[in-house]
Design a protein around this ligand. Structure first.
Ligand code: TXA
Ligand code: MG
Length: 341
């Protein structure tokens, strides 16, 4: 069932979100928009419900899920204790695009944590997500609503393309805002550790906490990271992706070379530079160089469009790692399997 809750009156919208919440209560799966990407939600207290998420996504069972709540008073159902670092992060950034790893409460389904004694939890800053969570009345585990390995969905069409027939419902709330997933921070040790860069920047965390360690495997594609999900090839179109440094100068010659060997060449680039790459067979724009938030918003849609276009090789521009740029480059490196020219 797909509910479009954008262009309807308030009463219909409320009824639709309540119908979706009833599916969650029945231990079914429902996709819903958040401020980052679409999530595939299910009751975090039920292993039966959570099993349906893993089945629909084709997700490896050793990759734990993030639990979503609408109100702070739900925390006791999710977390055994709240470390002081987690408290400061929640006070500063919730509701918002940041997940804290905390000791898990016993009620949380085993399948949510993949057997770990910790759990990721966040309060999303999206009115439809918050209403759904309130009406469901239970903590809702929700990974990104894509088939495992594919780019996360930033629209209900992306969700339908990947998961139609595999899930009970989709709440269509339009295109998501941030475009990349939440930041994940481990707060269970003495110092905060950044496990996944995302919507809240490293700089914002350092300003709040004074210090931030980083998972040393961040950005590498082969090592075993502390956030289990970060070890998988991810966000990847079928054709190989190459990231290009100093692209305006260097990318046009790569296009030429590949075309000489008869290959169909795709390019993902910012609006300002499209003209420089006109010899490519397919060009997809993603935002403006002057505003990395616009690049983040359109990143996954651009990767998905390349998957639709029949290209043999994909070249993509690179960005500074400041602010949201760190999350953009982290996802691009995974999509490219570490290939940087
Ligand atoms: O923005 C988001 O976070 C989206 C929306 C739907 O909220 N959700 C999302 O979930 O990105 P998912 O499952 O695609 O990514 C969850 C990440 C994975 O890298 C996973 O390994 C990590 O969080 N994670 C979850 N629980 C963890 C834990 N207990 N310890 C370490 N990492 C954990
Ligand atoms: Mg994901």
């Amino acid at each position: 069932k797909r509910w479009n809750v954008q262009a309807v009156d308030q009463a219909t919208k409320k009824a639709d979100i309540k119908a979706a919440a009833a599916l969650i209560q029945d231990n079914e799966t429902v996709a819903f928009p958040t401020e980052t990407v679409y999530g595939l939600g299910a009751n975090a207290l039920s292993d039966e419900a959570i099993a349906k998420i893993f089945a629909a996504k084709g997700r490896p069972s050793d990759n734990p899920l993030i639990v979503h709540i609408a109100e702070r008073q739900q925390l006791h159902q999710v977390a055994k204790t709240i470390p002081p670092i987690a408290q400061r992060i929640m006070d500063a950034f919730w509701p918002g695009p940041i997940t804290v790893i905390v000791p898990a409460a016993p009620e949380i389904a085993q399948k949510v944590t993949a057997g770990l004694d910790t759990v990721g939890v966040r309060m999303p800053a999206h009115p439809i997500a918050l209403d759904l969570l309130k009406y469901a009345g239970v903590p809702v585990a929700a990974p990104s609503a894509n088939r495992s390995g594919k780019p996360s969905p930033t629209s209900a069409d992306h969700v339908a393309y990947d998961l139609n027939g595999r899930i009970a419902g989709i709440l269509d709330g339009g295109v998501t805002g941030v475009g990349v997933e939440s930041t994940v921070v481990d707060t269970t040790g003495e110092k905060a550790v950044l496990l996944r860069p995302g919507g809240i920047s490293r700089e914002q965390l350092i300003e709040l906490l004074g210090a931030l360690e980083e998972d040393p495997t961040l950005g590498q594609s082969d090592a075993a990271p502390r956030s289990p999900g970060m070890k998988y090839r991810h966000y990847a179109p079928e054709a190989p992706v190459y990231l290009v440094k100093d692209p305006e100068k260097r990318l046009p010659s790569f296009i030429k070379k590949e075309k000489q060997t008869g290959k169909h060449v795709g390019v993902i680039a910012t609006e300002e530079h499209l003209e420089a790459y006109r010899e490519a067979d397919v060009i997809t724009a993603m935002g403006s160089v002057k505003d990395l938030t616009s690049v983040a918003q359109r990143l996954y849609d651009a990767l998905r469009k390349m998957d639709q276009a029949e290209v043999d090789v994909i070249f993509c521009e690179t960005f500074s790692s400041e602010g949201i740029g760190l999350a953009i480059m982290n996802r691009l490196k995974k999509a490219a399997n570490g290939r940087i020219l």
